[in-house]
Design a protein around this ligand. Structure first.
Ligand SMILES: [Zn+2]
Length: 142
């Protein structure tokens, strides 16, 4: 489900994220498909089309996340909220190493699993981008 998002707002969201997907960190200017703007809280759950509820995402993260807000932590069985790019800091929930995104928290675990962040082709792409110096080792601003 996509909503109209004004061009200035779309640009603000993407530039705020340093042109990266706010979930998997892939640089959006080198992906083959257009970047997406994610409603962190989907409109069907009452989420608004405002800067505070929008995140810059790649097509894969956007597709796998869909309108979900939570998932089940496979370590504890608890229902856990997905990573919220506006309210949480990426580096507190994830670590990037050799292309893999390691979850550091329950939030990280459910997000890595639901968004399939460590599918082999995605890991290989991130590893390649890191070795080419395109993907930063740590994105502490996210
Ligand atoms: Zn992504």
């Amino acid at each position: 489900m996509s909503a109209y998002i004004a061009e200035w707002l779309r640009r603000l969201v993407i530039e705020r994220a340093n042109n990266q997907c706010e979930y998997c960190l892939i640089p959006l200017n080198i992906t083959f498909v257009l970047c997406h703007i994610d409603h962190i809280i989907a409109q069907k759950h009452g989420g608004l089309t405002v800067s505070e509820n929008l995140a810059s995402t790649c097509a894969l993260c956007n597709r796998f996340k869909g309108s979900d807000l939570v998932s089940i932590d496979n370590e504890t069985g608890a229902i856990v909220e997905l990573f919220h790019p506006r309210n949480q800091k990426w580096s507190e929930h994830f670590a990037l190493r050799d292309g893999l995104i390691f979850p550091l928290t329950a939030v990280g675990r459910v997000t890595v699993t639901l968004l399939q962040l460590n599918r082999p082709e995605r890991v290989a792409e991130r590893d390649f981008l890191f070795r080419e110096g395109i993907l930063p080792l740590i994105s502490s601003d996210l």
